[in-house]
Design a protein around this ligand. Structure first.
Ligand code: SF4
Ligand code: SF4
Length: 99
C-alpha cells in the first residue's frame, strides 16, 4: 500500500473532512440503508491512513451515498459524515472525472 501523508490536506480542499473524530465503532455502517459494508467507516479509515489508491477504487460507494445523514445522526464521534462524503466526491471529481 502506497501512503500519501498529505492526503487529508488534499481532501480538505474539497470541503470539511473531520474523520479524525471517528472512533471506528461501526454504527454508521450498521445503519446505512445502502447496506454496503464499506460505508462510511472504511472509507474514512482509508482516507486517514493516506490510502489514496483504496479511495480511488471506491467510486461506487462514494457516489452511492444518499446524503441522508441517518449515520451522522447516530455517530458518537460527531463526525460530519455527509460533508466528508462530499469532500471525497470532490476529490474523485477532480482526480477521476477531471471536471
Ligand atoms: S458512526 Fe461515526 S464514529 Fe462510528 S464508525 Fe461511523 S463515522 Fe466513525
Ligand atoms: S448519509 Fe450516506 S453513508 Fe450515511 S446512512 Fe445515508 S446513505 Fe449511508
Amino acid at each position: 500500500m502506497k501512503v500519501d501523508p498529505d492526503f487529508l490536506d488534499t481532501l480538505r480542499l474539497g470541503g470539511e473532512f473531520n474523520a479524525r473524530q471517528c472512533i471506528n465503532c461501526g454504527t454508521c455502517t450498521a445503519l446505512c440503508p445502502l447496506g454496503m459494508e464499506i460505508m462510511p467507516r472504511k472509507l474514512f479509515r482509508y482516507a486517514l491512513l493516506g490510502n489514496k489508491e483504496a479511495v480511488l477504487k471506491s467510486t461506487e460507494p462514494i457516489y452511492s451515498c444518499l446524503l441522508c445523514k441517518m449515520c451522522e445522526a447516530n455517530c458518537p464521534g460527531g463526525v460530519h459524515i455527509a460533508e466528508n462524503v462530499r469532500a471525497l466526491r470532490s476529490y474523485l471529481n477532480a482526480e477521476v472525472l477531471e471536471v
